[in-house]
Design a protein around this ligand. Sequence first.
Ligand code: ARG
Length: 460
Amino acid sequence: MSNAMWGGRFTASPDSIMEEINASIGFDQRLAAQDIAGSKAHAAMLAQRGIVSAEDAAAIQDGLDRIAGEIEAGTFTFSRALEDIHMNVESRLAELIGEAAGRLHTARSRNDQVALDFRLWVRDTLDAVDAALHDLQLALAEKALAHADAVMPGFTHLQSAQPVTLGHHLMAYVEMIGRDRGRFSDARRRMNESPLGAAALAGTSYPIDRHAVAAALGFDRPTANSLDSVSDRDFALEALSAAAICAVHLSRFAEEIVLWATPQFGFAALSDRFSTGSSIMPQKRNPDAAELVRGKAGRVIGDLVGLLVVMKGLPLAYSKDMQEDKEGTFDALDALALTVPAMAGMVRDMTPDLVRMKAAAGSGYSTATDLADWLVQKLDMPFRQAHHVTGRIVALAAARGATLEQLPLAALQGIEPRITATVFDVLGADRSVASRTSFGGTAPDNVRAQATAWLERLKG
Ligand code: ARG
């Protein structure tokens, strides 16, 4: 039997491998709710414009509602022979309401239908991602406020650089995620146009009302060019780009959690709820959730690159290559749906070891810059010379196995005789962070103000 939906000019049915390569129902059944919503809006418009009768439209609406119920209840049978979600739904509609079902596809093609369904799905999912990111920001900002003055080492090259506070470090991620949310919301705003009514590629001769359909589905307006409407997937690419950048942010933080949780760093303990054991080494507490957040970033980046490559050589308008747009997009946004709440959970449950962080902040001569600044401010030394003098003091401390604070005054004066005991005021990590009061700096008062301002925004 040839295909019931398009088989008019065919005598033979597809080869089984043809059916297998062609079918998308295995994954695009995730678009069922969007497909039905789009069809309902389309049918209502067709009746409104007198293109189908009110009775047929009512039967279609009723049938589509029943199908939605069947899918939700898990009683709907998806058929591979019917290729995709669109034809599965339409075929079931025909079983339920008979001939009127055949009128639903008037003034529409699967090309604009799938463009619509996929847009609706991405739009709905971006809203869910945004809510999850909002919650992660809350978790971070709350933790940051609680630890606004907890001193820890700040790193460059993963070498101790200057002391910072844990709160400041966490707030860095609040900023990054704020920009991620901005990118998602930009993408959402740009994609919020309805492609339905572009039909196969050229538009339609029926007197449809694309504006009404767009409004019914929560779009700002219909898309302006029918060829563009059915052939572009930049809405998915933008979502994937934002997802990839966001996943990279999460991955960097995940990597830090992995480091912090090692006995060697010992900066933070993850809760049992976010750790796993080893089947052979009884002592192990592994940060698997953080590692998976880090690992999934690779997939999300791959999903973006995959779709870019699918699209790059396609002539206008629709080509079946574009059916490859969905799985990667689902995969990437599914990954975020797991990783973002996992990060929020880890942040909320994490117990920082403030004593170890502080001890580490004081090691590695992390206040050397403070010493150089003291020489500039108190002795009016040019910074370059102060840098050099400090370097000699650091070398002396290293030779003695001492921290800068532990060097006796006489030893400091042996290198620069004008140094006085007040220098010790700036050599402690606490003093160092307290002095970083420039806008955006790590001083605890700054961090508290930033965290408080974010929390107000997030809760407001
Ligand atoms: N399953 C198809 C897809 O995902 C729907 C559009 C099919 N259009 C067509 N002309 N064959 O892209």
